[in-house]
Design a protein around this ligand. Structure first.
Ligand SMILES: [Zn+2]
Length: 311
């Protein structure tokens, strides 16, 4: 419920941007690396003061490069309705041979976003359990994405939450990925639920953010929401895959902080916070708005043993 943290009860784009900058300062941080361990320690140090129930979900992923240790970070702010909403993203960066890839947008932006989102939730009353989840292992270990090699953390947590009953309590899962681009244009993902896409579009319209949502069809995006979609969860991916001229900043050394803007974080933060409020019934429900379809990329599968630590 209410955290002990102070600060405003709205999402601060500048704080999310600053947290992203700090995450990026750890350098290349692929799953299993020393750097991602340091980043994880820092994320946990940021989350601990917020209250809530902080835990890690550790497992060994079977990857094309052999077994890799991976750790999802799960922060739960308990409510009393029996229902739950999850806001998720990934914090690992892609390992790219011969490239110094610091991933400001991918996945610095989701990392910084989630830290600020958690802080915001810690200041609000909310009837539902709110989960804030940092996935490890979204990126494929090999250069090419495949169903078997990608989304290790989200596949692992979807299976775990399926087994322990959490999935059946989820009203929605909202995944964010690559949301810091100065030139923000959120894809209209066909793998995302129609109702959540409609809600996001309506909220964006109301907040004056219509221009940040693409209207065109972008196809079905495979990202960390997909394992939950496949398990029947009402889920949406909020992602901007159009990053740089002809996508030239994506998975390249050009994915740096100067390509991001505070305002883009603010837009996505405002929309996601309002979406959570509406899903909880804390504001008037929206009617379905016109829908369109969106952009593309990602895909995956495969994980293994696990341990769960309460922090
Ligand atoms: Zn990526």
């Amino acid at each position: 419920m209410d955290g002990r943290s102070s600060g405003p009860s709205h999402f601060r784009g500048a704080a999310a941007f600053a947290a992203t900058r700090h995450a990026v300062s750890f350098g290349e941080r692929p799953s299993g690396s020393e750097a991602i361990g340091h980043l994880r320690d820092w994320i946990i140090s940021e989350l601990k003061p917020l209250g809530g129930q902080l835990s890690t979900d550790s497992f060994t992923a079977q990857t094309p490069a052999g077994p890799l240790p991976m750790v999802n970070i799960v922060l739960k702010f308990p409510g009393d309705s029996g229902k739950a909403i999850a806001v998720t993203g990934h914090y690992d960066t892609k390992r790219i041979a011969m490239v110094h890839f610091v991933g400001a947008n991918d996945a610095g932006s989701s990392t910084g976003f989630l830290i600020e989102f958690a802080r915001t939730i810690s200041t609000l009353k909310h009837p539902d359990d709110i989960y804030v989840v940092f996935f490890d292992g979204e990126e494929a270990v090999r250069a090419e994405w495949s169903d078997a090699d990608s989304r290790y953390g989200s596949r692992h947590l979807a299976a775990k939450w399926g087994a322990d009953g959490t999935l059946s309590r989820l009203k929605a899962l909202i995944n964010v990925d690559m949301i810091g681009d100065k030139d923000l244009d959120i894809a209209n993902d066909e793998n995302s639920s129609q109702s959540l896409r409609s809600m996001v579009r309506h909220i964006a319209d109301q907040l004056g953010y219509t221009k940040f949502l693409r209207q065109d069809s972008g196809g079905a995006i495979d990202d960390d929401h997909k394992p939950f979609v496949d398990a029947g969860v009402n889920a949406i991916d909020i992602i901007d895959l159009d990053y740089g001229p002809n996508g030239s900043y994506w998975h390249t050394a050009s994915d740096t902080m100067d390509k991001l803007s505070v305002h883009s974080f603010q837009v996505v933060g405002d929309v996601v916070l309002q979406l959570v409020k509406e899903l909880e019934g804390r504001t008037s429900a929206r009617n379905s708005a016109p829908t369109a379809i969106g952009s593309i990329v990602h895909r995956t599968r495969r994980a293994s043993s696990n341990s769960h630590a309460i922090l």
